[in-house]
Design a protein around this ligand. Sequence first.
Ligand code: SF4
Length: 208
Amino acid sequence: MEDDELLVPLAALEHWSYCHRQCGLIHLENLWAESVRTVEGHQLHEKVDLPGLEQRPGMRVARALQLRSDVHHLVGRADAVVFWEDPVWPDTGRPFPVEYKRSSRNTFRHAELQLCAQALCLEEMLGVPVPAGAIFYGASKRRREVVFDQTLRDETLQAVRGVLEMLQSARTPPPELGPKCPECSLQELCMPGLPGIGGLRAYLRGMD
Ligand code: SF4
């Protein structure tokens, strides 16, 4: 695949924001490990992963909607997109993406980047502004609205460039040993405390 055909998975932005190395382990090395939190996250998503369109008073709700942006090199899926009826946009309605997360713990900004990238895709695909969306937390059953202001958009595009550069280089970033490591489901695969492990992995990959 040519470099200019590389696409950034929407989910990679959350991983990149949490830890560049985690993003590389998942999206370059195809490594994954389940933890209690990831299993609970899958269980939550099982309920929203079936594609479908639902008509409700004043809105339509599309679930598991495929998204793509050629301008920003993004691809992925929105858990749900609410299309509010709006006389200004009678054909499409006003899109409002909703991302489902297990809990808000350690996920605020990371999830916001992923949601904002969904908005960028929707704006390009539909030609309408998407000023806000929401994150629904399964554990608390609460919904938090997210406004896609310029700061968040800039931060999201910066993350997209970072992931693209990582995919182009095909090099997994080095460990970022810190307080987030004990909670990381990939800790055993990453071995963040072992010096030089990044170089060892690259060496072993070169022997394949
Ligand atoms: S263990 Fe730490 S350095 Fe390694 S992927 Fe997880 S958060 Fe990143």
